[in-house]
Design a protein around this ligand. Structure first.
Ligand code: ADP
Length: 483
């Protein structure tokens, strides 16, 4: 049994800005179910949603700051969560990274350095909690200083650093290092320095025992100049310690038990899926017609997600016998351009701007296909949700999309592995051709149903991902042992 301190800057349902929060909730629970002793640690943000008052466990000083460690539990679980309480850093209104106006906190480097130092005190059993970690599992740049600072300690836990999206690196002015009082031996180009800047993510990449990212293909992608954001050289150097482990999906993304959809269904009762399409159409004021090919999309409307490719082919796409249902928010320019199309084609396209959990579930249940033409995608969740709802994903072959969707080809139809539609080129022509390919196949209900069945019976559970993390933790120890 391993004692694992899982360090994260967000966790669902306490606080969430993106996929990291989902992983931070599901993976520790899955590891606990495998018999491991996992504890989470995250900052005690003012906007945390807590069901109970947390318990005060420890008080200590970091520099001139008084830090209190509070303890609560992940809702509906026995997994303990330590909260690093330091109101001058985490007591502000806003999300974990930006203030109420959407601007990054000017003291983000100080905030997350304090968080890292507090996590180290807990991991090293110096916070009077009578617990020492075997493994410190760090996530994204906010935790990057932990492996760096721990490398200077003796008898320290092993470290794993997970990259959820390498586009976010925690880069600060080089002079910040002295404000943070970071040990000078960490500041070389082999360490935290990055072209004269201070890079938090490099702390994780240069000093952790193992690096993971959230899919095998993304682990390869980030070793290229196109997707490595300047860190490809370091990642190639650490290639032997870098693994890709695909995220799982939560058990509630399952059409058999989903209470947010109109009609539950399973692979045996696939005909009931049509009820969800009709209710989706009616609640979005589209013509109700269970036979029309319905394309869904739920996404942050940002460049990464390939929204430009969709916009480029929309005039032609909307000329086909289809309906398009989009839910998302993000870049104002994308929002506006999509809105213009939705206004011009009210019978074919419904655009909902904003965040809507219930509508997201209904789109997954009601659409025939789901669009995800991302330019890059570390893992991606919606293409996995879509498969479990029998809503065939149309994806670009990148990162986690390449690892989780099997293209429909004569060979994959024959060997029953086909689960969706995949294209490669980063252009709207390739996207449109692939949508047309899906539209053609949809005219053959028996063939379509077979692919839905393949998709719905795939295992995207957290259990198998957690087993891979556990094997990784265990592999670090065995290397030490054999040395
Ligand atoms: P990323 O983390 O890059 O945004 P993922 O596919 O990994 O992309 O995860 C996105 C998650 O957020 C999914 O659960 C998706 O359904 C959800 N989501 C994104 N936008 C919205 C929205 N506008 N309304 C509801 N859910 C959304």
């Amino acid at each position: 049994m391993k004692k694992i301190l899982f360090v994260t800057s967000e966790v669902h349902p306490l606080i969430k800005t993106g996929g990291l929060a989902d992983v931070s909730s599901s993976l520790p629970k899955a590891l606990a179910e495998l018999g491991q002793e996992v504890k989470l640690i995250l900052p005690n943000y003012r906007s945390l949603k807590l069901n109970h008052e947390p318990t005060l466990r420890s008080v200590f000083l970091i520099g001139k700051h008084t830090v209190r460690i509070l303890e609560t539990f992940l809702p509906d679980s026995q997994v303990p969560v330590f909260l690093v309480d330091c109101p001058e850093y985490f007591g502000l209104v806003g999300n974990p990274y930006v203030d109420g106006f959407g601007n990054s906190y000017v003291n983000n480097a100080e905030r997350f350095t304090l968080f890292c130092r507090a996590a180290i005190e807990v991991a090293m059993n110096r916070a009077e909690l009578d617990w020492k970690a075997d493994i410190v599992h760090c996530n994204d740049w906010q935790t990057g200083l932990i492996p760096a600072l721990l490398s200077l300690e003796s008898l320290c836990p092993q470290t794993v650093f997970t990259i959820h999206n390498i586009a976010y690196q925690g880069l600060f002015n080089g002079l910040t290092a002295s404000v943070l009082q970071l040990p000078p031996q960490l500041l070389s180009p082999d360490g935290l320095e990055f072209h004269g800047m201070l890079s938090f993510i490099k702390g994780g990449l240069a000093y952790s025992d193992k690096i993971t990212t959230v899919s095998p293909t993304y682990a390869q992608d980030i070793q290229t100049p196109e997707l490595g954001y300047g860190l490809e050289g370091l990642l190639i150097y650490r290639n032997d310690d870098l693994t890709g482990i695909i995220n799982g999906i939560d058990a509630d993304w399952n059409p058999e038990i989903d209470s947010l959809i109109t009609q539950k269904y399973s692979v045996e009762t696939l005909h009931d899926k049509a009820e969800n399409k009709k209710s989706l159409q009616s609640c979005l004021n589209l013509p109700v017609n269970e036979n029309i090919f319905t394309i869904g999309l739920i996404s942050r409307l940002v460049e990464q997600k390939g929204i430009e490719l969709i916009l480029d082919c929309l005039p032609e796409l909307l000329g086909l016998p289809i309906q398009l249902v989009m839910l998302g928010s993000g870049d104002k320019n994308f929002e506006q351009r999509l809105h213009q199309f939705a206004e011009a084609y009210p019978h074919k396209m419904a655009l909902t701007l904003g965040y809507d959990e219930k509508l997201a579930h209904l789109i997954e249940a009601g659409a025939d296909v789901f669009l995800m033409p991302s330019l890059f995608e570390p893992c991606g969740l919606n293409q996995m949700y879509s498969q479990s709802y029998g809503t065939l994903p149309i994806v670009r072959s990148t990162g986690g999309l390449a690892d989780t969707v099997v293209d429909t080809l004569p060979k994959t139809i024959a060997n029953k592995t086909a689960t969706g539609f995949v294209f490669h080129a980063e252009n709207s022509g390739a996207l449109l051709e692939t949508i047309k390919r899906a539209l053609l196949l949809h005219d053959f209900p028996d063939a379509w149903k077979k692919i839905q069945t393949n998709a719905m019976t795939r295992d995207f559970s957290w259990k198998s991902s957690a087993e891979q993390y556990l094997a990784l933790y265990e592999s670090i120890e065995s290397i030490e042992f054999t040395q």
